[in-house]
Design a protein around this ligand. Structure first.
Ligand code: NDP
Length: 458
């Protein structure tokens, strides 16, 4: 008789939980996964996937506008938001079914209710106790908003993905991934967008040149960005809302969306009670093997609040399955993880920013190209692509690649392999470009950026 009901009990059927459970099941482990909401998690149901579908939808406005330069006559296009939302929901239903089938085919038992860990080897679900040798917390995160007067009127990205109608005007608060992506989505559909950020620039953590350039392109598209501004209060009015800023502005709008960060889903799981340490934000503290302070309890993905990206959660969870059930110890490497912002135009980045590289390596070489992509010559679109390569001068190793422009995420994914392999600038130069493409600029940049002395010394 096995000592426990399961070898592995996973809490949360999002990208990380499902990937790790399936991999463990594939190696013969007896696995259960518990989910209190729908199967699929943030990425599939409330994040990456529906967001990207709306990004695709929003990009058609560019295609219609650009077509004339290529000889097309396009009748004034019309757009029906409910049709897009219905199509998106249908796709999410399909994906959820696929996730369920995949779990079943991997022999993973799905339990659909809220789980509470009652001791290091016991999970209680709906009044029933399950025992497990190992527990994997993959419960994700949720949007968080500051406590200001009128905050009860605002929506988060969760609601923005399923609005019954497209707002004519929206105020978006925050300057991170979600705020920037939704500003582009709504603007693409013709909504008047005001984005309010408390810093000077959007997207803290990205390369400074990219941050400045993306704001320029967003403004060119008609998005108003109010910087160094905070919302003081929000008031409901007969026809929408008034947003009052700390600088004394009043903005009338139909909808207010907050994208001011996310918090780990650890409340109500019983974790501190069994000795699992949480940090100040409520995230599970884990070591390099994803182990919490209770050795048989592991955690992956957003609930650990490190690199909150789907592929990272998946890799972390699979590393656990490899280590525990395939006699193949794997530690997740959090260095050089590529990332993208599906803004319009999009951003792709991997490795260090110029400022980070300067701090880490001292002497660096920076290569940069800003150009009008070929498509925009005939379309007349006034939008420029920006690319940057950051090189450690001593070793000639490329330590960062950054891009703002069409297809940036697709291009940076390939460059991430080169960076992971430790490619040098000389090897970039030896690589033959694909012509005509924007990507070829990454292998043809020859002139170093010369910075003013003061900046270079920073
Ligand atoms: P982020 O942490 O990226 O950004 C939060 C933004 O809100 C920042 O600009 C922050 O400003 C601002 N902010 C925080 N608190 C306040 C406040 N009280 N008042 C005003 N502004 C405030 O969070 P997001 O919600 O955008 O996204 C959450 C995470 O989800 C991301 O970090 C990312 O890991 C993941 N994600 C990834 C995507 C992708 O890969 N494409 C897409 C969407 C999300 P400040 O900079 O000053 O702190």
């Amino acid at each position: 008789m096995p000592r426990y009901d399961f070898d592995l009990f996973t809490i949360g059927a999002g990208s990380g939980g499902v990937a790790g459970s399936r991999r463990a099941g594939g190696y013969g482990a007896r696995v259960a996964i518990c989910e209190e909401s729908r199967v699929g998690g943030t990425c599939v149901l409330r994040g990456c996937v529906p967001k990207k579908l709306l990004v695709y939808g929003a990009q058609f406005s560019d295609a219609f506008a650009d077509a004339a330069g290529f000889g097309w006559t396009v009748p004034p296009p019309s757009f029906d938001w409910p049709s897009l939302i219905a199509a998106k929901d249908k796709e999410l239903d399909r994906l959820e079914q696929i996730y369920r089938t995949m779990l079943k085919n991997s022999g993973v038992e799905l339990i659909e209710a809220h789980a509470i860990v009652t001791d290091p080897h016991t999970v209680e679900v709906d009044g029933r106790s399950y025992t497990a040798d190992k527990i994997m917390i993959a419960s994700g995160g949720h949007p968080t908003v500051p406590d200001i007067p009128g905050i009860e009127h605002v929506i988060s990205s969760n609601e923005a993905l399923s609005l019954p109608e497209l707002p004519r005007r929206i105020v978006i608060v925050g300057g991170g991934y979600i705020a920037v992506e939704f500003a582009g989505i709504f603007r693409g559909f013709g909504t008047e967008v005001v984005e309010i950020i408390r810093r000077e620039d959007l997207l803290y953590g990205f390369d400074d040149d990219i941050r400045v350039a993306v704001a320029q392109e967003m403004r060119n598209r008609g998005i108003e960005i109010l910087t160094r501004t905070q919302v003081a209060r929000i008031q409901k009015c007969p026809h929408g809302y008034s947003v009052f800023t700390t600088l004394g502005q009043e903005i009338s709008t139909d909808l207010v969306m907050y994208a001011t960060g996310r918090k780990p889903n650890t409340r109500g799981l019983g974790l501190p009670q069994i000795g699992v340490e949480l940090n100040r934000e409520g995230a599970v503290v884990v070591d390099e093997w994803q182990r919490s302070t209770v050795p048989n309890v592991y955690a992956v993905g957003d609930v650990t609040d490190r690199l909150n990206l789907t592929p990272v959660a998946i890799a972390e969870a699979r590393a656990i399955a490899e280590t525990l059930y395939n006699d193949n110890p794997v530690k997740m490497d959090h260095n050089d993880v590529p990332t993208a912002v599906f803004s319009q135009p999009p951003i792709g980045a991997v490795g260090l920013t110029e400022a980070e590289a300067r701090r880490s390596y001292g002497e660096i070489d920076v290569y940069s190209a800003r150009f009008k992509p070929m498509k925009n010559t005939l379309s007349g679109r006034d939008e420029r692509t920006l690319m940057k390569i950051i090189v450690d001068a001593a070793s000639d190793r490329v330590v960062g690649c950054h891009m703002l422009g069409a297809d940036a995420p697709e291009i940076i994914q390939g460059l991430a392999i080169a960076i992971k392999c430790g490619a040098t600038k000389k090897q970039f130069d030896q690589t033959v470009g694909i012509h005509p493409s924007a990507a070829e600029e990454f292998v043809t940049m020859r002139d170093k950026v010369v910075r003013p002395t003061k900046l270079a010394a920073d």
